[in-house]
Design a protein around this ligand. Structure first.
Ligand code: ZN
Length: 336
C-alpha cells in the first residue's frame, strides 16, 4: 500500500482512503477519528466520531450531547478494523483523554500523534511510543529556543509570589482544557491546599476532570457578588488568558497577572499580554522532546503537520531521516 492511500493531508484534515475516515477534521465529515478535545482538533457536526471515552465526554461537555450523530469509544491499546485499515489509540500525554492514532494496512504503519508531550503530567496518561514507518508530528514549539522547564519549577514561582505578596490576588491565565487542571493539580502536589477560585468558564471541565479521577482539591467560583474584594487577598484565581488584563480582573485586589503557557518563554509575548508573572508551562513537546521522540522511534519518515515545521524538517534531514512539512491549516497554537 502507498502511504498516501493510508493517510494523506487534505483541506479537511488527514484523510485515510483505506479506512474511509478523517483524523481531527477541520470541517464536518462523515467519519472522524479525534485525537483529543481541544477545539481545533475536536469540532462538532461530524456524522460519526471515534475517540477515547474521555475525549467523547469532553466533547459532550463543550458542545452538548448532540455534537455528533453517532459516537464510538476507542479503548486504548485495542486494535479496531475500519474499512481496509486497522487503527489503535494510545496515550499522547497532552491532556485528559488525548491519544495518538496508529493507522495500518498491508504491513505499513503510520502514527498520527495529534498534540503530545513527554514531560510528566499528573492529569493524564503518559505518551506511549509506537514503533512506526511514518511518524506524524506537530511542531508547535519546533525551534531550539523552546525548552520547557519542569512544571514544579514554574508553579514554585507562583507559590513564591504568593508568599511575597500576601495582599494581592494572583490571576493565573490558563487554557480551560488541560492547562487549568494541570496548574491546579501541580499546585496541590507542591503543597498548596487553600481554596482555588475559578472563572465561570473553568467550572465544567474542572468537574469533568474530578469525575475522571483527577483530584483538584477545594475549588470555589471567583465571584465577588457574595463577598468583598478583600476576600481574594492572596488568593489564586484561575481564568482564561484573555481575562488576566481585562476589566474582569479589576474586581480583585491589586492583581498579579500570571499566564501559564509555553509561549511565556518569549519575553515579548509576556510583555504584550501585560503579564507580570510568566509561567512557562506547556502541554506540547518542546524542541528536545520533539527530537528525542523522533530519535527514539527512528521512523522511516517524519511528516510535520503544523507549527514551526521548517526547523524540525531540517533537523531530520541533517540526521538522515526523510521528512516533509504537511502545512496543515486550522490547528491553532494559541491555546498553549
Ligand atoms: Zn491540543
Amino acid at each position: 500500500m502507498r502511504p498516501e492511500d493510508l493517510l494523506c493531508p487534505t483541506p479537511a484534515g488527514l484523510w485515510s482512503k483505506a479506512g474511509g475516515f478523517h483524523i481531527d477534521p477541520t470541517r464536518p465529515v462523515e467519519r472522524a477519528l479525534i485525537t483529543h478535545g481541544h477545539s481545533d482538533h475536536a469540532r462538532a457536526g461530524h456524522g460519526a466520531v471515534l475517540a477515547t471515552g474521555q475525549t467523547l465526554r469532553i466533547m459532550a461537555a463543550r458542545y452538548g450531547e448532540a455534537f455528533t450523530a453517532a459516537r464510538q469509544e476507542a479503548v486504548l491499546g485495542e486494535a479496531m478494523r475500519i474499512g481496509d485499515a486497522t487503527v489503535t489509540f494510545q496515550p499522547a500525554g497532552h491532556v485528559l483523554g488525548s491519544a495518538q492514532i496508529a493507522v495500518e494496512s498491508g504491513g505499513l504503519r503510520i502514527v498520527a500523534s495529534g498534540d503530545y508531550k513527554r514531560g510528566p503530567d499528573p492529569t493524564c496518561l503518559p505518551f506511549v511510543p509506537i514503533p512506526c514507518d511514518i511518524f506524524i508530528t506537530e511542531a508547535t514549539f519546533g525551534l531550539p529556543v523552546f525548552r520547557h522547564p519542569p512544571a514544579e519549577h514554574e508553579i514554585g514561582k507562583l507559590i513564591a509570589s504568593l508568599d511575597q505578596f500576601p495582599e494581592r490576588a494572583h490571576l493565573v491565565g490558563a487554557y480551560s482544557l488541560g492547562k487549568a487542571q494541570r496548574v491546579i493539580r501541580t499546585l496541590r502536589d507542591e503543597g498548596y491546599d487553600r481554596t482555588i477560585f475559578l472563572h465561570g468558564s473553568m467550572d465544567k471541565l474542572c468537574r469533568l476532570y474530578e469525575d475522571e479521577g483527577v483530584a483538584l482539591g477545594p475549588l470555589a467560583p471567583a465571584t465577588v457578588a457574595t463577598g468583598k474584594k478583600g476576600d481574594f487577598a492572596g488568593a489564586v484565581i484561575v481564568c482564561p488568558p484573555s481575562e488576566i488584563a481585562e476589566r474582569w480582573a479589576r474586581r480583585f485586589p491589586d492583581p498579579v497577572a500570571a499566564y501559564a503557557s509555553g509561549w511565556m518563554r518569549i519575553r515579548q509575548r509576556a510583555k504584550q499580554a501585560n503579564v507580570e508573572l510568566p509561567l512557562i508551562l506547556s502541554d506540547h513537546a518542546d524542541w528536545d522532546e520533539l527530537i528525542d521522540t523522533i530519535t527514539e522511534l527512528a521512523p522511516g519518515e517524519v511528516w510535520v503537520t503544523h507549527g514551526r515545521e521548517e526547523a524540525l524538517v531540517r533537523w531530520c534531514a541533517l540526521n538522515g531521516i526523510a521528512a516533509r512539512p504537511l502545512h496543515m491549516v486550522g490547528y491553532e497554537d494559541e491555546t498553549d
